[in-house]
Design a protein around this ligand. Structure first.
Ligand code: MIC
Ligand code: SF4
Length: 754
């Protein structure tokens, strides 16, 4: 039986009436996304004709999920909310802190020792406050959520940008920072700008070498890393219905890479099959009863241009396998063009490692299709040229693929099976020799490929592809190998062709698992103690940030003018720094160390205006803080793209940065900055970015009249004695301005507890 079935029942019970009320109010048919949003308005508020991309609306999500790297901060904040229990069903998943090195068993043992303090903290907070706990080794948050908690028509938030994966089961699932999760767990409404809607019509049927991954790789190429910002992407059409539920999950998962608020699919039989296979036939039965509400009204999909802000059509019959990369997930190359592209750009073509799995692509279907290729290595007397690794998404998948003999076949091609965890996807990969920083190529089925992400080596060219294509390229050892047309020379010197992958959508013998890794919380957790040692270098209780001083901010030093891509990986790197996610002061030592300084094109080297010397970014900022001087960070387009980690906002806040001024923001990061009491500003005229000089001292004027839709002025005092004033915009609403004034949203919750 499913977890929290009562919640699902109540969502479905109110759905027909609320959907009808919204339809009436708007006087038109509804998309699926709208139905789910209207059904989750806070407190059952009467539906209004919200303006897409403009109006902030309060919602009541059904559940919250947190992974260990972000849960620490989320729960440190929640502990201050003064509640005995979480207000909505919530879970914690231990997946980000396990280093992949020798293989699942030993790696897990090492993590359990190394991160014991953090795991104990998370387990005891979960136990105390009624939060379900998935222990290390249980699996990756999004896979575990899909297998256990996601349900068609539901709304959830999660402290991880790939929470959107649950769209594969027809949810509106959205990635947020820990402070947002804290609000919802504390029983407060959750606020989101009413999203724009992008419709993607899928025609035809996937065939041969093409996989669901290729749909999203193609979409990423079309929309770019910014194209989905502020929008829900709704997929529909016969191509969607023809696809497995987990395949839909893959597509929704990587919607994070185009900045989409989330992605979703209408309820169909593939979802019913998946629910039943994962022990939730009861949910499928309930969903069947409200089926018409769990997809758009028919007029919408018949005339999508009338209802979506943008419509894209993809024909699955002709879609080619793609590889996206290097260094950005939106640089899409169809496999038939890779020879040309690699030659033109000088990408190293020898594939050193193929890595499959992760939260994006480790379904039974994915693994079974990859194994059908691995099997051909022996059958065709081939030799696998590259190293090969697998990170299963959950213990249930791992156990089942072991039972079905898949792991044995992978073993024959020399594969290493890492723990059911993020591992290499988040830089928790002890890759031998990476420190030599050699130029090399890897291919993986994960979702992100920003510089240094997997192994810390800035010269690793990482390409993202389907598990099937990654397996084929690892066998060939060649990035330009096109399995559709090319042959390989086997050990007998014969030219052989790989047969297209085949697999099973779901295990014919059903899923199995011995210990899924779930620990239910205490019924009454009031007696549970949560320990945080003051000496710990992994955990630190939070001190409230100071409230706004009530005046304009003057004399701010420019800390850094970041050039080009500045993702949350650049602002707060993961990998080796993940261990400090529960200790704000320690993790602040990685602040912006990956950002490129516009003035010298170097990372982690900025001018300390107090000494005139070039120093590391965190050290420079600590010097300003010690001198009682505030500072400002300037950035380019889509600043803070990538992850949900609020550390990227809390670190600058903690170290005394007052404002972040950019050409444009990624959604989650912008909200995180606001929540923590920072000023998130955008250039009214993007060309003003060029006016910012290295030795500038900057004043922010207009804060005493800080109001929604009202610009602020920035005075740039240059070191030659001249100054110029520029206009900057912001997207704060009245509530968010209160967060700024109080020094952070948490200070408001704290006050209400006292
Ligand atoms: C990621 O994929 O970058 C992460 C690690 O899962 C992050 C969350 C984090 O930084 O902890 C995400 O995507 O939100
Ligand atoms: Fe983990 Fe990678 Fe998925 Fe993030 S994207 S949750 S790091 S597997």
């Amino acid at each position: 039986m499913a977890f929290d079935i009562e919640v699902i029942k109540s969502v479905y019970a109110r759905m027909p009436e609320r959907v009808e009320a919204a339809r009436k109010m708007l006087g038109r048919p509804l998309t699926l996304s709208e139905k789910i949003l209207f059904n989750h308005l806070w407190d059952g508020a009467a539906p209004q004709n919200y303006k897409r991309g403009a109006d902030y609306v309060d919602f009541a999500p059904d559940r919250v999920a947190m992974q260990d790297a972000t849960a620490q901060m989320a729960l440190l904040q929640f502990m201050q909310a003064g509640r005995a229990k979480v207000a909505v069903p919530s879970t914690v998943h231990c997946d980000h802190l396990i280093t992949a090195q020798n293989g699942a068993d030993t790696d897990l043992q090492v993590a359990n020792t190394e991160s014991k303090e953090v795991y104990d903290f998370l387990a005891s907070v979960s136990n105390k406050y009624g939060i379900g706990f998935w222990k290390p080794g249980a699996g990756i948050i999004h896979q575990v959520v899909l297998e256990n908690y996601a349900f068609p028509g539901g709304m959830m938030i999660g402290t991880d940008s790939h929470t959107v994966n649950a769209g594969g089961l027809g949810m509106v699932a959205i990635g947020v920072g820990g402070a947002d999760a804290c609000d919802v767990m504390a029983g407060l409404p959750w606020e989101l700008k009413w999203p724009k809607l992008i419709g993607v019509k899928l025609t035809g049927k996937l065939n041969g070498w093409t996989a669901p991954k290729d749909v999203i790789l193609k979409v990423a190429g079309l929309l770019t890393v910014k194209g989905g910002t502020g929008a829900i992407v709704e997929y529909f059409g016969e191509g969607a219905i023809n696809m497995s539920c987990t395949g839909k999950g893959t597509i929704c998962n990587m919607g994070a890479e185009i900045g989409a608020t989330t992605s979703t699919f209408g309820y169909d039989d593939s979802m019913a099959r998946y629910l039943s296979a994962t022990g939730r036939a009861d949910v499928a039965e309930l969903a069947n009863q409200v089926r018409e509400h769990l997809t758009a009204d028919p007029e919408v999909y018949n005339n999508p241009n009338d209802y979506f802000d943008q419509v894209i059509e993809i024909d699955l019959n002709t879609l080619e396998p793609h590889l996206n990369g290097p260094f950005t997930p939106d640089l899409a190359t169809p496999i038939s063009k890779m020879k040309e592209m690699a030659a033109e750009h000088g990408w190293p073509t020898r594939v050193e490692v193929g890595l499959i799995g992760s939260c994006t692509n480790s379904s039974y279907e994915d693994i079974s299709r990859a194994v059908s290729l691995a099997k051909q290595v022996a059958d065709k007397n081939l030799k696998t040229k590259a190293e090969f690794t697998i990170t299963p998404g959950s213990e249930q998948v791992r156990y089942t693929i072991e039972r079905d003999g898949f792991l044995e076949i992978f073993d024959q091609i020399g594969a290493k099976v890492f723990a059911n965890a993020c591992g290499p996807c988040i830089g928790m990969w002890n890759r031998l020799g990476a420190e030599k920083q050699e130029k090399n190529t890897i291919v993986h089925s994960f979702n992100r490929n920003f510089a240094k992400r997997a192994d810390g080596n800035p010269n690793t060219y990482a390409f993202v592809g389907s598990p099937e294509l990654v397996t084929a390229l690892a066998i060939a050892g060649d990035l330009t190998f096109n399995p559709l047309t090319d042959t390989l020379i086997n050990e007998n010197g014969e030219a052989v062709k790989l047969d297209p992958p085949t697999g099973d959508e779901l295990p014919t013998k059903g899923f199995a698992v011995e210990d899924a890794g779930y620990i239910a919380p205490a019924e009454d957790g009031s007696g549970v103690k949560v320990n945080v040692s003051p000496e710990s270098n992994r955990l630190q209780l939070l001190d409230p940030f100071a409230a706004w001083e009530g005046s304009d901010l003057k004399g701010l030093k420019l800390l850094i003018k970041a050039k080009g891509k500045c993702t949350t990986d650049h602002i707060s790197m993961a990998g080796p720094w993940l261990k400090f996610r529960g200790h704000l002061d320690n993790i602040s030592n990685n602040m912006l160390i990956g950002a490129v300084n516009f003035f010298n094109e170097k990372t982690n080297e900025v001018k300390n205006q107090l000494t005139g010397n070039y120093e590391a970014v965190p050290a420079t900022q600590r010097a300003y803080k010690a001198a009682g001087i505030g500072s400002i960070v300037v950035g380019d387009e889509n600043y803070g793209e990538g992850s949900s980690r609020e550390h990227a906002a809390m670190e600058p806040r903690h170290l005394g940065v007052r404002a972040v001024l950019v050409k444009s923001f990624a959604r989650i990061h912008e909200t995180n900055l606001k929540k923590q009491g920072m000023l998130a500003l955008t250039f009214a005229d993007k060309a003003d970015y060029d006016k910012i000089q290295e030795n500038d001292t900057i004043d922010i004027i207009g804060l005493t009249e800080f109001a929604p839709d009202k610009s602020l002025q920035l005075v740039l005092n240059h070191d030659n004695g001249t100054s110029e004033t520029i206009t900057v915009n912001h997207s704060y609403n009245a509530q968010q301005i209160e967060w700024f004034k109080e020094g952070g949203a948490l200070n408001i919750i704290r006050k209400s507890v006292k």
